[in-house]
Design a protein around this ligand. Sequence first.
Ligand code: CUA
Length: 336
Amino acid sequence: MKHLIAAGFLVIVVTLALGFVLTPANLLPDQASLQARPIDQLFSFQFWAISFLFSLIVVFMLYSMIVFRRRKGETGDGVHMHGNTALEVTWTLIPLGTVVGLAFWGAQILGETMRVDPTASEINVIASQWSWRFEYPEEGIISSEMVLPVNQQALLLLSSQDVIHSFWVPEFRVKQDALPGGEEMVRELRITPTDIGSYKIRCAELCGRLHTEMLADVRVVSQADYNAWVEEQLNAVSDDPVERGRKWYTDFGCSACHSVDGSDMVGPTWLGTFGSMENLDDGSTVPVDEAYLLESIRNPGAKIVQGYQNVMPANIAEGMTDEQVQDVIEYIKSLQ
Ligand code: CUA
């Protein structure tokens, strides 16, 4: 009994010590969305449960090793024990109850993170190797950064143009895959940002060579700043096709694979390409003219430049109008 009380006391002390160190505040990034709150509560409970279980096992083990060690001159065997039904039933039922309880709690929290706000504004999030594009259908904006008004639910409609990607902002906690396959494969994610600030979207699904660099900015701003951003975006569409092409270059993710400064990336650089002769992987040579560029944007697999692989998504330009494609060609022509 004396030993049980001593070990029990040590278990409590170690649990408290660990529990105060292992908190969401210490282990997780800032909490910046409404959906993050119930998730962090669950995490917090789990960290306490982990602290307790770790203490229970390790304290009893170390206590027994030290207090009941073999003393000098002891030569006899220890006490033999054969099973203990009450103990075995207890240590089966308590974990079972805990796991079932956590399953219910988890399901409830999952429901809470998907709670619908009817005033939520829709944003189409289109992933492709290796960039993100954000379309605001209500405002008519296409952007390579995501801007969200604070304290207002955003309904993200996630899709992919090639392989499976995954939308993840650690500060918002929630995560959802972006799947290829069109309309019926679109997945929803609801985020209500609660803290003004800048965060990074990460791709959380291995998607090829530049997976780790598939990042995008998300800015949470006040409603007034959001309105100003919308205004600015709507005015940003220039009269100059080259300027528009420069914008589409980042908005449609061309910049993930094609440099404009001559450096070598996944795809050929755009600098100086127009008007040059390109060597193809079948040994032939073609002049880089408008027809060639148009074909390469609309049907990327048609002609592959020597030394490069056919990795450009075949439908990358599906979301682009003919005018936008023409703008991009004008931009490429300007890069001499
Ligand atoms: Cu996209 Cu990993």
